[in-house]
Design a binder for this molecule. Sequence first.
Ligand SMILES: Cc1cc2nc3c(=O)[nH]c(=O)nc-3n(C[C@H](O)[C@H](O)[C@H](O)COP(=O)(O)O)c2cc1C
Length: 229
Amino acid sequence: MSVGLARMNAGLACANAGLACGVRSMSRTLVVVSAGLSSPSSTRLLGDRLAQAAARETGAGVEVVELRDLAGDIANNLVTGFPSPKLAGAIETVTRADGLIVVTPIFNASYSGLFKSFFDVIEAGSLRGKPVLIAATAGTARHSLALEFALRPLFAYLRADVMPTAVFAAAEDWGSSDGPDGDLTARIERAAGELATAMGGRPAAAPTGEDEFVPFDQQLARLGITSSR
Ligand SMILES: Cc1cc2nc3c(=O)[nH]c(=O)nc-3n(C[C@H](O)[C@H](O)[C@H](O)COP(=O)(O)O)c2cc1C
């Protein structure tokens, strides 16, 4: 995909999944953040499959943020401290989402630098309480624990609500079927189900700015209390 954001509505997601969505909330948004670099990208494919499974259960609209289209903008933000309009739009898409699916390729036994850098330029606290499904692709299954020692602590630090099931797809997983626990499709369904439940159990995300920090003295002033030192 040549642009940073791609949107498909819930009806399309349901049609792709071969299912009728019925009468469900169209106001929820599920956002996939993909840090895949290849074209076609296995990381993007895993994100799409997870989104399709979660959208089938929630009826949420799906948007995709492709980090490779934002690589220069992310690097500039790290250096200057300011996001470009394109990056600011992507950050807003992510921070306003009702649920997130974040997928990185494993590079040198951890998340990729591009993936980490994107979450480094997002304001602290803006993912607090947000349901997040973590996932990764790799060449070998030997690095599957990177999800647990790298991605899960990162999103726990960001105070996100990280789903218990993380999805890892090594090259050998595509097209294989080793039984209920080893099968990639089964893991996708389980993780997507957890995300759908987490999204369903909470109100739609508040618009950006509603959680604005108010200094303590201003809070006291609103209550008519003047602080004495
Ligand atoms: C610089 C680099 C480092 C990599 N390091 C690892 C690694 O440590 N372990 C692993 O299993 N795969 C590693 N890989 C393979 C990628 O994780 C794998 O090909 C990934 O699925 C590519 O995702 P994409 O198709 O979305 O680009 C590495 C690939 C690159 C380019």
